[in-house]
Design a protein around this ligand. Structure first.
Ligand code: ZN
Ligand code: ZN
Ligand code: ZN
Length: 366
């Protein structure tokens, strides 16, 4: 992610901040500018107060309607009549706030979703809403298990034709950790769930509808095998022992669609983390670099790299450094995964797929 500063006082501020810790300025994120703004009220009265960016008389905004719940710090251009921001307007079902704890769960889930949308907007990936009338709009249900007269109706996190459902129970650290251990996974986060499920969505849009099925099948396998039976087999037998050579995770072996979604999530993890390292001006001297060189500036601009080779080379070093740092803090590895050549080819395929549509779309800002 980019590095943001408060225009009022010059302090570093973070994507999730709604006010500057140093000077107290109100902060909002403008997805249209891809920037955080310190804002001040110019029309504080009325149903939709108008805010202006510090030092920029031409940028007037409303806050997203979900700011009233404390779940969103995104701005909506004042000339946009939508009450919701570019992330929240995709919500279909939001958590039931009459249930204790759900506001906190919604805040955490929405934070992860905004982080997802940050990248989708950076990539110029299509994010059609229901109002646009397209065949497969992008819609989110953010809900928990439902108590009915006959017991509890379980809600499953997943994707179905543009509808992404997230079970907000995993906003609770103990519940998410319980599931992670139960499934034997090395990594499980809310952001990871969003990045995985959106991978299924973009398989529909960029692979199936983008006539990329032959190229997809040559790398990921034939997705026409029975999906339900494949998942059942995975859950009863697990992954084949040789999986680490060709798959980013055990779950990726379940079905070519899951392999693609897992790989898509990792592409997003890598690009976002490298952008953060790049924005901070990080440079490393890691002797274990695969090409034998002794140093790297994280000079690669992952959002605009034509191929994934340079990205992977930088990532190899950054991920080693990251894991070393978190071990020093007594924490688990930040990135507990190994990338084989086959996995790198899958990531490169996804990178080219996204880049091709990015070039077709509106020019990306630097
Ligand atoms: Zn400030
Ligand atoms: Zn919002
Ligand atoms: Zn999946």
């Amino acid at each position: 992610m980019k590095h943001f500063i408060c225009q009022n006082c010059g302090s570093t501020v973070f994507f999730r901040n709604s006010s500057c810790v140093s000077c107290g300025s109100k902060l909002g994120y403008s997805p249209d500018h891809e920037n955080m703004f310190a804002v001040h009220p110019i029309e504080p009265e009325g149903e939709r107060p108008v805010w202006r960016a510090a030092g920029d008389a031409s940028s007037n905004f409303h806050f997203c309607a979900n700011a009233a719940h404390g779940v969103c710090n995104w701005l909506v251009r004042a000339d946009d009549d939508q009450p919701m921001c570019r992330s929240c307007r995709h919500n279909h079902l939001a958590p039931d706030l009459s249930i204790p704890g759900n506001l906190m769960r919604w805040q955490r889930v929405e934070q992860a979703k905004q982080h997802l949308f940050y990248s989708l907007i950076r990539w110029r990936l299509p994010t059609p809403t229901q109002a646009e009338g397209v065949a497969e709009p992008l819609v989110f249900d953010l809900v928990g298990d439902v108590q009915t007269e006959n017991g509890v109706k379980r809600i499953y996190t997943g994707h179905d034709s543009g509808l992404i459902t997230i079970n907000i129970a995993e906003a609770d650290d103990d519940e998410r950790e319980r599931r992670r251990l139960g499934l034997g996974e090395p990594y499980r986060t809310l952001l990871g769930h969003f990045r995985h499920e959106i991978g299924h969505y973009y398989w529909d849009i960029l692979v199936r509808d983008g006539n990329m099925l032959d190229a997809f099948r040559s790398l990921f396998g034939d997705e026409r095998i029975d999906y339900g039976a494949a998942l059942q087999r995975y859950h009863s037998q697990g992954a084949p022992p040789e999986w680490p050579g060709a798959f980013i995770s055990a779950y990726a072996t379940a079905h070519p669609w899951e392999d693609f979604a897992e790989s898509f999530a990792h592409h997003m993890h890598i690009v976002d983390t490298l952008e953060t390292a790049h924005a901070l001006g990080l440079s490393l001297d890691v002797r274990a670099a695969r090409d034998g060189s002794l140093k790297t500036d994280v000079a690669v601009d992952a959002y605009h790299a034509d191929t994934f080779d340079a990205v992977i080379a930088a990532w190899a070093q950054v991920s080693v450094a990251l894991n070393s740092l978190t071990r020093s803090l007594g924490q688990q590895d930040a990135y507990p995964f190994v990338l084989s050549r086959t996995i790198e080819q899958k990531l490169d395929f996804i990178h080219r797929l996204i880049r091709a549509q990015q070039v077709d779309a509106a020019p990306a800002s630097a």
